[in-house]
Write a protein that binds this ligand. Structure first.
Ligand code: GDP
Ligand code: MG
Length: 421
């Protein structure tokens, strides 16, 4: 089984933007800029960039033969080691391109998978990336083998010499896939237990979601005073980090940082990172972080909204956090239609108090106002209550104390024997 080759530091790379004639050129260009960012995130150095629009895809090489020649010359002139195509390649196309151009040719999915492989820190993260890589490889493998079989003159129905080798490879991959899935299952069970213990204490939870590089990790650091890696690199964070936060009112809450979204995120990655993403689904409130300084703000919001729909989070409370206000032009704020929303800068700290207030309000919405009566011999339990929620007022009553507090649904059932009426 061939391992995906990885772009390494300073590897000279040529990027190729492609699209059909029916697609908008500006969108193809925008996608290509993002591909350049991805190459940089993998450590590569861009030495050339080409765009082609086609009436239809070329089954043998995806792009036209003239373009292939042009790229080949660019590779010779620049000494590039890699060519990355901004589109998914079949196994046959990848092989044909590699043979004609003479260097490694990657597609967008492979590049993203490479970056994930570079970034994965935890056991679970590494397993998830390997799973995604294998799932990406399987169809490609078969396709490439079929191509080489037909070139050797073996047609459909004849057993070519390579076929049993292909069967062996496929079996090995399938076995590895099921082993990884089993291991991931174990990790997830473990995590589910952690989650249920959190639910028992019913700590209100927030998840930071948003386009990659929008400032999720920076916000987590600012909000909670922690030190999560924040970098001007796509997909700097792969493993979820959860931190405690103290809001201006209400009980303490937790905030989880998640992996960023990007357009054309490989489906195998979504599949492999489902568990991590499910973590966000457990959150009471989503904080959708948007880079308001980005010229592509509208598109990025759209991509994230689509994924929110795909993950079926649409019924959740979502607060839109427009970040990087410090470097956005002032009129950008008038383009914003989303509610509830807040404008902040994780860099300067501007707007963070308002954000915390919105978060506290959201926690309040989850709660109901109640009165609880503690007879004298159980008044010591008020200390427990005080730890789990904010007690607004206490009143001495005959033979005990009445507390006015706000309780989440889970706390309601936990304290139900003390509820008045
Ligand atoms: N100017 C400015 N830069 C920011 C702000 N928030 C984050 N950044 C930068 O944007 C880049 C991406 O931030 P990061 O928190 O890693 O984004 P994430 O991918 O969403 O976690 C980093 O270089 C940050 O320093 C902000 O409010 N203003
Ligand atoms: Mg991050």
């Amino acid at each position: 089984m061939t391992k995906t080759s990885q772009i390494r530091t300073n590897d000279r790379t040529i990027v190729v933007g492609v699209g059909l004639k029916t697609e908008s050129l500006s969108e193809i260009k925008e996608n290509l800029l993002e591909l350049e960012e991805l190459v940089a995130a993998a450590g590569g150095e861009i030495v050339g960039s080409v765009i082609q629009t086609l009436p239809q895809w070329n089954p043998a090489t995806l792009i036209g033969t003239g373009k292939v020649e042009e790229i080949k010359e660019m590779v010779l002139d620049s000494g590039a080691k890699y060519v990355v195509i901004d589109h998914q390649l079949s196994g046959v196309q990848a092989r044909n391109l590699r043979e004609s151009i003479g260097v490694q040719v990657l597609d967008r999915n492979q590049l993203i998978l490479d970056i994930f492989a570079l970034r994965a820190q935890t056991f679970e993260g590494k397993l998830q990336v390997e799973l995604a890589q294998l799932l990406d490889q399987m169809p490609r493998m078969v396709d490439a083998w079929m191509g080489s079989l037909s070139r050797q003159g073996g047609g459909i129905g004849t057993r070519g010499p390579g076929e049993s080798a292909l069967e062996n490879d496929r079996r090995r991959v399938r076995e590895r896939v099921s082993l990884i899935k089993k291991k991931l299952e174990g990790v997830r069970k473990n995590r589910a237990q952690h989650r249920s213990s959190r639910r028992r204490h019913e700590i209100p939870s927030f998840a930071l979601i948003g386009y990659t590089n929008s400032g999720k990790s920076s916000l987590l650091n600012r909000l909670t005073g922690s030190q999560v890696m924040a970098k001007n690199q796509v997909f700097a964070t792969l493993d979820p980090t959860t931190r405690k936060i103290f809001l201006p009112s209400g009980p303490p809450a937790v905030v989880t940082d998640t992996v960023g979204f990007i357009r054309k995120l490989p489906t195998q990655l979504i599949e492999a990172f489902k568990a991590t993403l499910e973590e966000s689904a457990e959150a009471d409130v989503l904080l959708h972080v948007v880079d308001i300084s980005s010229p592509n703000m509208a598109r990025q919001i759209e991509v994230v909204d689509q994924l929110i729909e795909e993950f079926k989070w649409t019924n959740k409370k979502i607060i839109h956090v427009f970040n990087k206000l410090d470097k956005a032009s002032p009129e950008k704020q008038f383009q914003v239609r989303q509610f509830p929303r807040v404008f902040v800068s994780a860099l300067t700290g501007q707007g963070l108090d308002q954000l915390k207030q919105l978060m506290a309000d959201a926690v309040n919405e989850l709660q109901t106002d109640v009165q609880l009566y503690f007879p004298r011999r159980e008044e010591y339990k008020i200390f427990d209550l005080d730890r789990e929620t904010r007690i607004l007022r206490k009143e001495a009553a005959s033979e005990g104390t009445v507390c006015y507090a706000q309780l989440t649904p889970a706390l309601l059932s936990r304290w139900k024997e003390y509820l008045v009426k």
